[in-house]
Design a protein around this ligand. Structure first.
Ligand code: TXA
Ligand code: MG
Length: 337
């Protein structure tokens, strides 16, 4: 099929099939990245859309295929802390956090060394760095030996992908290789921490929790501070159906009420779904809810549901990250409708 361009200048062709991440496939993916191509790969949080972070044209293509605003910088993925420090200056705090949590679902924002293109950093003086833990991500970083700029591999404004199928649904036809590493273990994006000061400042909550970091639960960045993390004010995590967050213990009741009013309703909560309501999943705790949340939102869309009722959970530990994403999904669905 002849590739065609849409109005954004993005060239599309037939979707590639996801491939099993054996050593030959990882080597092929590394070649594609060296040639300026785009590779979707699994991480322990969500799937990333990787490009050579030093190559402005490759990174520009990431922004184009995602439809991502140019003022929202990308996370740069590297194989280890030493590689990270060649792109940004570590503070004593950053070194401690890296020792404790890398490889893992933690991204550190630090003063950059001016060595990455403005396309990658969105012109900021800081750089966000992460050493992922997923064995396929690690194998790819080792094989390519380049810093990989990798946002979540979804179209901008959609729930992050937690499976290769989610990547194809959003980016089939515009990504060169999709490495299939199975479902992501965490299911929500990494914790983003500004590590330039003496104590961690959480810009985006994630699996490395405030408790893990030894910071007060309410120390997550204020709106003013969060402006330094541009992604936090863009539209996010919105499926094509409404998301209603029900109070703890009231998921079934709220879902039944919406169904009685004539809506096609899905329930994501610990209890059984009432008659006429589709049960999406029964996660027992915050960690389980994080793992299934984005898949459930996409499944609700696919089933053409009008509304997903998600039962709230306590905002401790991983519950904080889940509720952060849920509130964004609920707000966006309401305003986008
Ligand atoms: O788990 C994750 O972090 C995944 C996987 C693929 O690693 N990546 C991911 O990337 O979620 P993305 O682009 O969807 O989200 C990156 C977030 C955005 O909110 C962005 O604004 C923020 O990190 N960020 C990037 N560079 C920054 C910087 N220099 N200062 C503050 N925030 C930054
Ligand atoms: Mg994202």
């Amino acid at each position: 099929m002849t590739p065609r361009s849409d109005t954004s200048g993005v060239t599309r062709s037939l979707p590639v099939d996801p491939i099993a991440p054996d050593p030959a496939a990882v080597a092929q993916a590394a070649d594609v990245l060296r040639d300026g191509g785009l590779v979707a790969f699994p991480t322990e949080t969500v799937y990333g859309l990787g490009a050579d972070a030093r190559a402005p044209a490759a990174v520009a293509r990431v922004f184009a295929v995602k439809g991502r605003p140019g003022d929202n910088p990308l996370i740069v993925h590297v194989g280890d802390a030493e590689a990270a420090w060649s792109w940004a200056s570590p503070t004593p705090l950053a070194r401690d956090l890296a020792t404790a949590w890398w490889p893992g679902p933690l991204t550190l924002v630090l003063d950059g060394r001016g060595a990455l293109p403005v396309t990658t950093t969105a012109g900021l003086a800081t750089v966000a760095l992460r050493v992922p833990a997923h064995p396929v991500a690690r194998a790819l970083l080792a094989a390519v030996d380049l810093p990989l700029a990798a946002p979540s591999a979804n179209r901008s404004g959609r729930p992050s992908p937690t499976t290769a199928a989610h990547v194809l649904a959003d980016l089939g036809g515009v990504v060169d290789v999709v490495l299939d590493g199975g479902p992501a273990e965490v299911g929500l994006e990494s914790t983003v921490v500004d590590a330039r000061g003496l104590v961690p400042l959480v810009l985006r909550p994630g699996a490395v929790t405030a408790e893990d970091l030894g910071v007060a639960a309410d120390s997550t960045a204020t709106v003013e501070q969060a402006r330094a993390s541009p992604g936090t004010h863009h539209r996010h995590y919105a499926p094509d159906c409404e998301v209603e967050v029900a109070p703890v213990g009231q998921g079934g009741e709220r879902a039944a009420r919406r169904a009685a009013a004539g809506a096609r309703v899905g329930l994501l909560g610990p209890g059984a779904a009432p008659p006429g309501v589709t049960s999406l999943a029964h996660p027992a705790d915050a960690v389980a809810l994080a793992r299934v949340l984005y898949d459930a939102l996409r499944a609700a869309e696919a089933a053409d549901l009008d509304v997903v009722v998600v039962e709230a959970i306590r905002e401790t530990g991983m519950g904080r990250a889940v509720m952060d994403r849920l509130r964004r999904a609920a707000a966006e669905a309401a305003t986008d409708a």
